[in-house]
Ligand binder design. Structure first.
Ligand SMILES: Cc1cc2ncn([C@H]3O[C@H](COP(=O)(O)O)[C@@H](O)[C@H]3O)c2cc1C
Ligand SMILES: O=C(O)c1cccnc1
Length: 412
C-alpha cells in the first residue's frame, strides 16, 4: 500500500468493497445502502455511491506520478467511477450500450421542427443499417446500439423486441405518436405508466445482460418542443428562455414552437410539482421511457452518460421522481439548446465537452465515453510515486502542494 493511502486508512490498491454489488437486485434489498428516499409510482429508493471507494480514489490520485490535479476533470471523473463501481482502482468498462428510444410527437404536425415526422421511422431504419451518426460514434468507442420504438407513427412497430433484437416486435410500443401537447395530454394515465415501466424494463434488461455503462439516446421529430416545455415547468422558466432551434428551424417556425411550448405549459402548469405527470401531460412517450430508464439504471447501480436536451429533460424529471438518481449520471456534451443548460444547472452537472453538437441520438454522450474510459484507465493503470521511484514531494508549499494551478490561484 502506498503511503498516502495508508495515512487515510483506506487501501488504494484493492477493491474497497466485495464487488460493489453493481447490477444487484432490481429494487429490493437496498436497506443500509444509504437510500435517499422513496420515489413515486412504486419506484424503489436510489442507492448512494460507494464513499469508501471514492475516498480511496481521491487518495490514490494523490499518489499517481503527476502533479496534484494535473489530470483535470479526469480526476473527479475517476473518483465518480470508483464510486459507481464500488471499487478502487475501478475496472475498465466492458459493455457500453447506447439505447435509442424512438417516438413521434403530435405537436410536430403544427410545424415546430424543420423536418417531417416521417423522418423518425426513416432514421430508425438508418440506425438498424448502421448508417447514422450514433452508429459511427458507437463503433468508435466500442459501444453497441439498440433502438426501441415506444411511439413511432407507423402502422407496424419499427423495431424488434428484446435486448438482442430477437423478440417479437411491438413489445415496447405504447401508442402511435404522443398526442398534441398544446391541446391534449401527450399520454393517457395508463400509457404514461406503461412508458415509464418500459424504460425501467429496458434498463433491467441491459444491466442483466451485462451493461456496465449506459448511454440513453432518442429519435423523434419534434421532441425538442416537449423537452423544452418539461424543463421550463420543472425549473420555473418562461417559454422564450427554453426554446431552441432544434433541427434548425427558421424564425417563423421558432414563433410557432414558442407558442406551442407556451400552450403546453399552460396545460401542464397545474401539475408542475409532479414530474411524472409533467412528462405524461407535457412530454411524450420517449421522454417518459427515458425517465424510467434513468431511474432504474440508478436503482441498479449502473452509471449513465447523459446526452443532449431531450435526455437531460428526462433526467431532470427522473431526479424529481427518484431523488439521488443524478449521482449515477455524468453529462457528456453541452447542447446549444438552452433547455439543456437549465436542466443540467438544476441537476448540478457540467458537461465534459462543448463542441457545438446538437443532434441527440446519444451522440453527445458517446463522444464523451473516451474521456470516461481515460479517467478509469489513468486511475487504474498509472504508477504511483513509490512504484516508479519518482519523488512525489513538491519543492514549495505553493500551488503544487495545494493541487491548485498557479493561474487559477492568481485569478481569484
Ligand atoms: C435526419 C435527422 C436525424 C436526427 N437525429 C437526431 N435528430 C434530432 O432531431 C430531432 C429533434 O429536433 P426537432 O425538435 O427540431 O424535430 C430528434 O429526432 C432528435 O433526435 C435528428 C433529426 C433529423 C432531421
Ligand atoms: O441537444 C440535443 O440533443 C438536440 C438538439 C437539437 C436537435 N435534436 C437534439
Amino acid at each position: 500500500m502506498d503511503s498516502q493511502a495508508a495515512n487515510s486508512g483506506v487501501s488504494g490498491d484493492v477493491a474497497s468493497t466485495a464487488d460493489g454489488e453493481r447490477g444487484g437486485e432490481p429494487g429490493g434489498g437496498l436497506a443500509g445502502l444509504g437510500a435517499t428516499g422513496r420515489g413515486m409510482g412504486g419506484v424503489p429508493a436510489v442507492p448512494v455511491l460507494d464513499g469508501v471507494a471514492m475516498a480511496a480514489a481521491v487518495a490514490r490520485q494523490g499518489q499517481l506520478t503527476k502533479p496534484p490535479g494535473a489530470l483535470g476533470r479526469l480526476e473527479e471523473l475517476s473518483v465518480w467511477i470508483a464510486g459507481v463501481q464500488g471499487m478502487c482502482p475501478p475496472r475498465a468498462f466492458a459493455r457500453v450500450r447506447a439505447v435509442i428510444v424512438a417516438a413521434d410527437h403530435g405537436i410536430a404536425s403544427v410545424g415546430v421542427s424543420a423536418f417531417p415526422s416521417d423522418v423518425t421511422a426513416q432514421m430508425v431504419a438508418n440506425f438498424a443499417a448502421g448508417g447514422a451518426a450514433v452508429n459511427v460514434l458507437a463503433r468508435q468507442v466500442g459501444a453497441e446500439v439498440r433502438v426501441v420504438d415506444v411511439a413511432v407513427d407507423t402502422p407496424e412497430p419499427a423495431t424488434p423486441g428484446g435486448v438482442d433484437g430477437s423478440g417479437p416486435p411491438g413489445r415496447y410500443r405504447v401508442r402511435r405518436a404522443s398526442d398534441r401537447i398544446d391541446r391534449a395530454d401527450a399520454l393517457s394515465v395508463e400509457e404514461g405508466e406503461r412508458a415509464f415501466d418500459i424504460g425501467r424494463m429496458i434498463a433491467d434488461e441491459e444491466v442483466d445482460a451485462g451493461a456496465d455503462l449506459l448511454v440513453p439516446g432518442e429519435m423523434g421529430i419534434g421532441n425538442t418542443t416537449p423537452a423544452a416545455a418539461v424543463v421550463a415547468l420543472l425549473t420555473g422558466r418562461e417559454p422564450i428562455e427554453v426554446v431552441g432551434r432544434g433541427t434548425g428551424i427558421d424564425d417563423a417556425r421558432w414563433m410557432v414552437k414558442t407558442a406551442a411550448i407556451r400552450d403546453a405549459m399552460r396545460r401542464g402548469r397545474p401539475f408542475a410539482d409532479n414530474a411524472h405527470t409533467v412528462l405524461r401531460v407535457t412530454g411524450g412517450a420517449d421522454l417518459m421511457a427515458l425517465a424510467g430508464l434513468l431511474v432504474q439504471a440508478a436503482v441498479r447501480r449502473t452509471p449513465v452518460v447523459l446526452d443532449g436536451v431531450i435526455v437531460c429533460a428526462a433526467a431532470l424529471a427522473a431526479e424529481h421522481i427518484a431523488p439521488g438518481a443524478k449521482n449515477w449520471w455524468v453529462a457528456g456534451t453541452r447542447s446549444p439548446e438552452p433547455a439543456q443548460a437549465y436542466a443540467l444547472g438544476a441537476l448540478g452537472l457540467t458537461p465534459l465537452l462543448d463542441v457545438g453538437l446538437r443532434l441527440g441520438e446519444g451522440t453527445g454522450a458517446l463522444l464523451a465515453v473516451p474521456l470516461v474510459r481515460a479517467a478509469q484507465a489513468t486511475l487504474a493503470e498509472m504508477a504511483t510515486f513509490d512504484q516508479a521511484g519518482v519523488s512525489g514531494k513538491a519543492e514549495s508549499d505553493g500551488a503544487a502542494g495545494s493541487g491548485e494551478h498557479p493561474q487559477e490561484r492568481d485569478a481569484t
